[in-house]
Ligand binder design. Structure first.
Ligand SMILES: Nc1ncnc2c1ncn2[C@@H]1O[C@H](COP(=O)(O)OP(=O)(O)O)[C@@H](O)[C@H]1O
Ligand SMILES: [Mg+2]
Length: 594
């Protein structure tokens, strides 16, 4: 690809869309750079009169006049330099901001599948690292390109004026330089990609070690983690050094070629009469200065290519994220508050990451206000089934209806407004207890409403004991709280939402039997007048359910009430004997003693 092609490639054109809204600043930046370089070229030209008139002719007016000219030129040059840097950086930083915001907005709306397929480390490195490279390509590369082109042109004009023969000889070297540039640029792009991937791995390992610091220590994983991390940073270092090596070698090569030509020119100018008679000493010095000065913009020009290569590699990865489709939200219907009937019609589902079906031909109905328990061994597909209801995932075949309306016809926001979910993995934000309970669209709830929910979730006691009560910041993902406390906050959040459909996915699994008995009472109040889907291992929730769906390997194998299923003496009663009894034997024993 030639330079021109690179600047007009689709990725670059797309980058330019981010530049365009700030086109005036951008052009001011370019203008600043151009003036700056133009002055440098002009200053080289001044070398000739300075030497010829100042030193050889001793022209008095020139000698008096010259210092002012020099200072004046440098004032303009400084101003142009500031202008170029300021406006280009402004445009560049704005692009970084815009791209980051766009990426984040995308992350908030991509389908859940996306997070199964991408690691956090890779995503973070895109948002933090790649965008910077992209902004460099969009602005720095252009600044340097403009500055070096103007300087190269300016110097060539100056050189032609002084002595066109010598200049022509010098120009013979240019094609050679372009060949080196072309070769190095291909390699640059490959290596830049690898640097980025290596950085993603560094992020992944760090993140795991940070989140899993307890596991790392308890299982003596320190050495292994250290080794893994050292290997990743070593790889990162190797790749980064390859970038440096390619960069340095190519620019050194360019300079070497330039120096050889320079040496030859000096030889010609001094040994050949035809040349030496047509040039003044001042002209010759100016020519030499121009030739030496020409090497730097030529070198910079090869670097421009490297910046562009890195930037394009970064841009591809940034745009790849920006091009991800967002969650399908084609529904138009909005229902203020659903009555709460739920129907699954022949629903099948598998995760994209593994083609194995997770749910096979699931059909059932729930009437408004009913409580339905999902029971089955771990891995049987219970959590997957309920994740289809708020459309975290889309079924492969089949339909899901709420109030006899296909959930695809509702807007996503409206659908999710109808559902309160306490999931297996409680997620809390690094914010106050109050903000965690009244999160998102609940943020307009009053403090007394929050306390009300807190009471119902039996969380008042521990919240009042926190240093700042409701306004205590609970740390990243609620690290300062116990599992049971976290679950009670999640339950309070669901209570506050007061949605017609409630989903509890092992919501009380982290509670001790004492706390659970309290919560149980609270949940029993909560499920009145609500359609409730509950996944639980403990007896009482299931026993009282209107209906139990028994799942095995992605299929509903039995349906009925607790009594009916026990009487049937098949899968459920077997599960009940083996699983629930054992799990609850501790509690029952405690109860018996009490
Ligand atoms: N995000 C995911 N990507 C791929 N497979 C998954 C994902 N989540 C769960 N699974 C798989 O789907 C199956 C059902 O899991 P899940 O619904 O969590 O079961 P349960 O909640 O009944 O324990 C399991 O085999 C599990 O490995
Ligand atoms: Mg589960």
């Amino acid at each position: 690809m030639s330079f021109a092609q690179k600047f007009t490639s689709p990725v670059y054109r797309r980058l330019f869309k981010y530049v365009w809204p700030r086109k005036y600043q951008f052009f001011l930046g370019i203008l600043g750079g151009a003036i700056y370089s133009g002055i440098d070229a002009y200053f080289t030209h001044l070398m000739k009169p300075i030497l010829d008139k100042g030193f050889i002719d001793k022209d008095q007016t020139f000698i008096k006049f010259m210092p002012f000219v020099i200072v004046g030129i440098f004032i303009v040059r400084g101003f142009a330099n500031f202008m170029g840097n300021y406006f280009m950086s402004r445009v560049g930083r704005n692009i970084v901001m815009d791209l980051r915001n766009a990426m984040f907005a995308k992350l908030i709306h991509v389908p859940s599948q996306f997070f199964d397929q991408n690691t956090t480390g890779q995503l973070l490195s895109k948002i933090i690292y790649n965008v910077d490279q992209v902004a460099d390509a969009a602005t720095n590369a252009i600044t340097i390109a403009v500055q070096s082109i103007v300087l190269i042109m300016g110097l060539l004009v100056v050189m032609f004026f002084i002595n066109w023969r010598l200049t022509l000889i010098y120009l013979v070297a240019l094609p050679l330089i372009m060949v080196i540039v072309r070769y190095s640029s291909k390699r640059m792009r490959r290596v830049s990609m690898r640097v980025q991937n290596a950085l993603g791995v560094v992020g992944d390992i760090s993140e795991e070690a940070i989140e899993g610091f307890r596991e790392v220590r308890m299982f003596g994983g320190e050495t292994e983690e250290n080794k893994k991390f050292a290997a990743a940073t070593r790889n990162n270092l190797n790749q980064a050094m390859k970038v440096v090596v390619s960069k340095s070698i190519s620019s050194s090569f360019v300079q070497l070629v330039g120096a050889v030509v320079l040496a030859y020119t000096i030889y010609l100018a001094t040994s050949n009469h035809l040349v030496s008679n047509t040039i003044t000493p001042g002209g010759f010095v100016a020519l030499l200065v121009a030739m030496v000065m020409l090497l730097k913009p030529l070198k910079d020009f090869t670097n421009v290519n490297n910046i562009i290569q890195q930037g394009l590699a970064g841009a591809e990865s940034v745009f790849e994220l920006l091009d991800k489709p967002i969650e399908l939200d084609a529904g138009k219907e909005v229902i203020a508050r659903v009555k709460g009937s739920i129907e699954f019609r022949a629903v099948s589902f598998s995760y994209q990451t593994s083609q194995r079906p997770v749910l096979k031909n699931i059909s059932f109905t729930i009437k408004p206000g009913e409580t339905v328990a999902l029971v089955g061994r771990s891995g049987s597909g219970k959590s997957s089934l309920i994740s289809l209801l708020p459309r975290f995932y889309e079924p492969e075949t089949g339909t899901i209806l709420i109030d006899n309306i296909d959930i695809k016809q509702l807007t996503l926001t409206n659908l999710r407004d109808q559902i309160a979910l306490v999931s297996q993995r409680v997620v809390l934000f690094n914010d106050s207890v109050a903000k965690n309970i009244a999160y998102g669209s609940l943020n307009d709830r009053s403090e007394s409403e929050i306390w009300d929910a807190v009471d119902k979730a039996h969380a008042r006691e521990f919240i009042e004991r926190l240093p700042q009560g409701l306004h205590t910041i609970i740390g990243e993902n609620g690290i300062t709280l116990s599992g049971g406390q976290r679950q009670r906050l999640a339950i309070a959040r669901a209570i506050l939402k007061n949605a017609p459909i409630l989903i509890l996915d092992e919501a009380t699994s982290s509670l001790d039997s004492h706390a659970e008995r309290y919560i149980q009472a609270a949940l029993e109040d909560l499920i009145v007048n609500r359609t409730t889907l509950v996944i639980a291992h403990r007896l009482s929730t299931i026993e009282n359910a209107d209906k139990i769906l028994v799942m095995d390997q992605g299929e509903i194998v039995e349906v009925g009430t607790h009594q009916e299923l026990l009487a049937k003496g098949a899968y459920y009663s077997e599960l009940y004997q083996s699983q629930f009894y054992k799990e609850n034997s501790g509690d029952n024993l405690a109860e018996a003693i009490l």
